[in-house]
Write a protein that binds this ligand. Structure first.
Ligand SMILES: Nc1ncnc2c1ncn2[C@@H]1O[C@H](COP(=O)(O)OP(=O)(O)OP(=O)(O)O)[C@@H](O)[C@H]1O
Ligand SMILES: [Mg+2]
Length: 371
């Protein structure tokens, strides 16, 4: 289990080359829908074999696009259904753990040898993790130098005396809950990964600069800072795309389904015919941006550099006009993530995958873990 909550270490990846496994299934259980993606490894390329999304609405209270609190048995049923409907062939899954069910933080430790570090980390971790260590699965890795440090070291102006350790913990209870759900659905869990790592893997290209990644889900938004090719900071808050639908439904006096359609059609683009929806939605999206600005401020206060771009994913990233708003507010370039650009797929799928790509960021990122 160790080293499975975080990104896989590179040496682990090399060992994997000898493995016979050639199919990788990523399963992202979001609050509004389950997303699956199955990749096949062929001559080091990732071929898209299948993908699918299943709204959890009909397993809970019946409303598409809204988060559903489900009983474990219902989740098992949904998982079985999405696997069947998407014709998934893999027997093992790589599974996402929501950031809000995890503790993820960094700590500064003196440069220590590997053995000393193994002792020091759990000891120090007690100060950061609010529940007893015996109740969590703990994982950690030493982060590579930040981009700025890397440059400073290479020109010889800075010598590192401290190292940054990324620390992750997930309650054992959540892990065993997911294990049971998957086993009951006929799948084995090959690995768990906190969702921000899968997101970063699917969103980033070979890029060592500082980026802000934003995963806009139905009920929570995840903010991630990536620098020097590693996740450095993250934050999850309880806002998301479903509140846009709710606001439209209330202010325009239409039912949920109609409001969901209006949201997807109009977004926050200011045109005469969309003015009504945009004026309801934009202030809410601006609140998300201000949470992002606070997060960045905190990152800078702790010595981080400024960001050079923003990458937006999750279903909420498909909102028309959101990229332009992010460019305006953050003053850097912004893009919608298309995780499918990292895999090989039949040409006829192109328009569809471009349209829905952002929704599958985590699922593709999970499946790409072993590549
Ligand atoms: N084309 C679109 N335009 C605007 N919003 C969209 C579009 N498509 C999907 N959404 C919204 O995206 C949200 C679902 O996103 P996603 O699938 O990333 O959420 P989730 O992973 O289930 O939730 P969470 O990450 O909060 O647990 C829904 O609120 C849905 O209304
Ligand atoms: Mg999500």
């Amino acid at each position: 289990m160790l080293s499975s909550l975080l990104e896989r270490f590179r040496f682990m990846r090399d060992i994997k080359l000898f493995s016979l496994e050639s199919r990788f299934l990523g399963v992202d259980i979001g609050s509004a829908s389950i997303k699956v993606a199955q990749l096949k490894k062929e001559r080091e390329r990732a071929l898209l074999e299948t993908y699918g999304e299943l709204s959890l609405a009909r397993y809970g209270d019946g409303v598409v696009g809204r988060s559903a609190r489900l009983l474990d048995a219902k989740l098992t049923e949904a998982l079985k259904d999405v696997v069947r409907e998407s014709q998934v062939k893999a027997e093992k899954a790589i599974v996402s753990i929501p950031l809000k069910d995890s503790f993820l933080t960094t700590m500064e430790l003196p440069e220590l040898g590997e053995e000393d570090l193994k002792e020091a980390v759990p000891y120090e971790a007690r100060k950061y993790i609010p529940i007893p260590l015996s109740e969590v699965v703990l994982d950690w890795r030493v982060l590579p130098p930040k981009n700025e440090e890397r440059q400073a070291v290479s020109i010889g102006t800075v010598k590192r005396k401290f190292q940054t350790v990324l620390l992750a913990a997930v309650p054992k209870e959540s892990i065993s809950k997911y294990n049971t759900i998957f086993n009951n659905a006929g799948l084995e869990v090959a690995a768990f990964e906190i969702e921000v790592f899968s997101f970063a893997r699917a969103a980033l290209r070979r890029d060592l600069g500082t980026s802000l990644l934003v995963d806009i889900g139905a009920s929570s938004i995840k903010l991630i800072i990536v620098d020097g090719g590693a996740v450095r900071a993250s934050h999850s808050f309880d806002r998301g795309s479903q509140e846009l639908t709710l606001a439209l439904s209330q202010s325009l006096g239409v039912d949920w389904d109609r409001a969901e359609i209006l949201k997807r059609e109009s977004g926050i683009v200011r045109r005469p015919e969309t003015e009504g929806t945009a004026s309801v939605l934009e202030p809410l999206v601006e609140l998300w941006v201000s949470e992002g600005e606070r997060f960045l401020l905190d990152w800078r206060r702790r010595g981080g550099g400024s960001i050079s771009k923003v990458l937006i994913g999750g279903g909420g990233a498909l909102l028309n006009g959101i990229v332009d708003l992010f460019v305006k507010k953050f003053g850097v370039e912004a893009f919608t993530v298309n995780p499918f650009s990292k895999v090989v797929y039949p040409a006829f799928l192109e328009p569809k995958l471009k349209e829905i790509g952002a929704t599958f960021t985590n699922a593709i990122g999970l499946a790409l873990r072993e590549f």
